[in-house]
Write a protein that binds this ligand. Structure first.
Ligand code: E4P
Length: 217
């Protein structure tokens, strides 16, 4: 399973990458706004920081505009993945870009039917937003399960990129279902390492070790 960092903050990305915890990055217009930096500079910096896929989102609403923006974004670096919304125009742009070998992440997916269309349009990634479904009392994990079943039924190669992840349990749950990728805020990825019994055990070991008066080196 791959982990992507859902952030536009280069320091957070470097910290995760240094720890060997991430395989790629996803951004969106809201994350770019939060960074306070020029979009292309952010994408260029992230792409230079790690070799994995870096999603950069188009903002045009028509297929021609999305295609033009996507081709331009893909020129920033070899590891750019163009992110398009799950609309009919987004699917058109996805097909055109994918046919030319530009990887596409189809985002804002909230139903299995939408995910089926994205796979048929040749998407490299489909991004179902599980947290936002949970927010309105629908079942985000059920959506991941449905997409997994449909893609497996027909051997679609589109990767399921579970997005809008809010907790460590979300990551465990999508891993159990078989999502190909989870994209999550850096704090959630780092938080996977936490367990109170690890802290308690380490504290006890170090106290006992200090009592021996020895040193490892
Ligand atoms: C994914 O690509 C999106 O950027 C992201 O996961 C959205 O998460 P949110 O619903 O927490 O904003």
């Amino acid at each position: 399973m791959k982990f992507f960092a859902d952030t536009a903050e280069i320091d957070e990305i470097n910290a995760l990458n240094d720890a060997g915890l991430i395989d790629g990055v996803t951004t969106n217009p809201s994350l770019i706004k939060k960074s306070g930096r020029p979009f292309r500079d952010v994408i260029s910096d992230i792409c230079a920081a790690l070799p994995g896929p870096v999603s950069a989102e188009v903002t045009a609403l028509d297929a021609d505009g999305m295609e033009a923006e996507g081709r331009s974004l893909a020129e920033i670096a070899d590891n750019v993945t163009v992110k398009v919304p799950l609309t009919i125009d987004g699917l058109k742009a996805c097909r055109r870009l994918s046919q030319d070998g530009i990887p596409v992440n189809v985002t804002l997916c909230f139903s299995a039917n939408q995910a089926l269309l994205a796979a048929k349009a040749g998407a490299t990634f489909i991004s179902p937003f599980i947290g936002r479904l949970d927010d309105i009392h629908l079942d985000g994990l059920q959506l991941i399960q449905e997409i997994r079943t449909i893609y497996d039924n027909y051997q679609f190669r589109t990767e399921i990129l579970a997005a809008s992840i809010r907790s460590a349990n979300h990551i465990k749950d999508v891993a159990l279902i078989g999502a190909d990728v989870a994209t999550a805020p850096p704090a959630v990825i780092m938080g996977l390492a936490n367990h109170p019994l690890t802290d308690k055990g380490l504290d006890a070991f170090l106290k006992d070790w200090a009592a021996t008066g020895q040193s490892v080196l």
